[in-house]
Design a protein. Structure first.
Length: 217
């Protein structure tokens, strides 16, 4: 079975989710339909105590599951479904997502002509969220503060992806409350800036091996 055929088979299997995205099909601006759930009890439910970092900056965290559909609109060029898969995959991993990311891009097929420049991307992924001391029993990983720069050279991201990142900033990044501390997204053709675009997120990244260590306790 071809990769395209597999995509359609999966798409049919998630028709309920796809139907949620259909409501955005005629939107004039990029949009996102989102659903977020905690892996365990909600680690953000207690606000009485603030998270406390260790001397190394490490803090206990719990994986928070996200399920959302990003609607992109009128991109300056068509991205193949594979292109979108890699862009979103590399971006999410850079932001600290657990490797078991699930991505389904559709509405991006070449046969759709100019309509393929307004695709949907269904994302299912988990990001770590710092837990307060009172909720530490729900922690299943540890994180450290970090700054992530999104620019050409980050995995599959290329010099011509400025407009895509600008739409992602207003959809995916806004949906997960990403702390964008700096960005340059003037996507005019012929810009001579180097890099041609960049965006910096202040976040917490998982400590390597922390999941295994937490599971052993």
């Amino acid at each position: 079975m071809s990769r395209t055929a597999v995509r359609y088979a999966v798409w049919l299997a998630v028709a309920g989710c796809s139907a949620a995205a259909a409501g955005f099909a005629n939107a004039a601006t990029p949009s996102v339909a989102a659903h977020t759930t905690a892996q365990h009890a909600n680690p953000a439910s207690s606000t009485a105590q603030q998270p406390q970092a260790s001397a190394t900056g490490e803090q206990p965290a719990a994986w928070l599951a996200h399920d959302l559909i990003v609607k992109l609109n009128h991109l300056p060029t068509r991205y193949s479904c594979d292109d979108l898969w890699y862009r979103f995959h590399d971006l999410l991993l850079a932001l600290g997502a657990r490797p078991d990311v699930k991505i389904l891009a559709y509405g991006c097929e070449k046969s759709l002509g100019i309509d393929a420049r307004s695709p949907h991307v269904h994302l299912s992924f988990s990001l770590p969220q710092v837990v307060a001391p009172a909720q530490a029993k729900w922690a299943d990983t540890k994180v450290q503060p970090a700054r992530v720069e999104i620019k050409p050279g980050l995995g599959s991201w290329k010099a011509g992806d400025c407009a895509l990142l600008r739409q992602i900033k207003g959809t995916l990044l806004a949906s997960i409350d990403a702390k964008v501390v700096d960005f340059r997204l003037a996507c005019a053709a012929g810009t001579h800036a180097k890099p041609p675009y960049e965006l910096t997120v202040s976040t917490e990244l998982p400590v390597k091996g922390a999941d295994v260590a937490m599971a052993e306790h």
